[in-house]
Design a protein around this ligand. Structure first.
Ligand SMILES: [Zn+2]
Length: 278
């Protein structure tokens, strides 16, 4: 089983390694650069390779995922913002390739005053242009969204449309965030139906990761607030049924929960999930 968490790189590699080994996890997600600005990543080819090799050598980590910065918007009508977002994702995918990472997970962004239909072909063009300008061994992973403020990707049909327009389908994937999808109206109490729905519309072969989070906000609320496992509106029983679905056996689970001491994903949340897995 592949289970892990978002791990902060602040404080350096030694601190990260201590945390990963303490959590006893084999998957991590990290930011390639500071998530709230468009500054370049600190990694170059040499340091990226060295970093990833060091992490994989000193821990049980197999899969390394990246989370793109929060400012990304490929759906905006603001051309400057879209250009900056494309460049940021191109830079992240480059680092991804150097580190042999499993991919860069990102939010498409909000189409704001436009509908999805009005923005969808521009978004698809942006994805194709990013993939055209990045190494072949890097994967762009669209995260499901809670659907607040015209954010694209809250409906499986929207993601399916974008994948259908992607020229190199071997380099595109999906990360299902349980808190976001619950908030956008996908019922976690019937995981068989949910995954069947995902398979029928998008295709399970595109599912590259699960962001496993409970939700502070109500079903179909369109509000994105993560909660510790079992403490939110999805609840322990539903999470247990979901993570034990056979179709998810080889899919990495990544926790992005606030933590019981509010310092981010913690050992306690990881242990709860491990206990729930049969
Ligand atoms: Zn997430």
């Amino acid at each position: 089983m592949l289970i892990g968490a978002h791990i902060s790189t602040v404080g350096g590699e030694k601190k990260m390694i201590e945390k990963i080994n303490n959590f006893d996890i084999n998957v991590i997600q990290i930011f390639v650069s500071a998530p709230r600005n468009f500054n370049d990543s600190k990694f170059n080819q040499g340091s990226a390779k060295e970093f990833a090799e060091y992490i994989r050598k000193k821990t049980k980590v197999k899969d390394i995922f990246y989370h793109a910065i929060y400012l990304i918007n490929l759906a905006s009508s603001n051309k400057d913002l879209v250009e900056k977002s494309k460049n940021s994702l191109i830079s992240s995918l480059q680092v991804c390739s150097w580190m042999k990472s499993q991919g860069v997970i990102f939010h498409i962004g909000s189409s704001r005053e436009r509908t999805f239909d009005q923005a969808k072909d521009e978004i698809a063009d942006n994805i194709n242009s990013i993939l055209l300008n990045t190494p072949k061994n890097s994967t762009l992973i669209i995260e499901t969204n809670a659907g607040q403020g015209n954010c694209v990707g809250s409906k499986f049909e929207e993601i399916e449309y974008l994948i259908s327009k992607t020229k190199d389908k071997s380099r595109i994937g999906v990360c299902l965030d349980t808190a976001h999808s619950f908030a956008s109206g996908y019922d976690l109490s019937n995981p068989e139906k949910l995954l069947k729905n995902f398979d029928n519309i998008i295709g399970l072969k595109y599912l590259k990761a699960i962001h496993l989070n409970d939700s502070k906000t109500d079903f179909n609320s369109n509000v994105d607030r993560h909660e510790n496992i079992g403490k939110g509106k999805i609840g322990l029983e539903n999470i247990k049924n979901f993570i034990n679905q056979k179709t998810l056996k080889n899919i990495p689970f990544i926790l992005e929960v606030p933590g019981f001491d509010n310092t981010g994903p913690d050992k306690k949340n990881i242990e709860i999930v491990k206990k729930l897995l049969r």
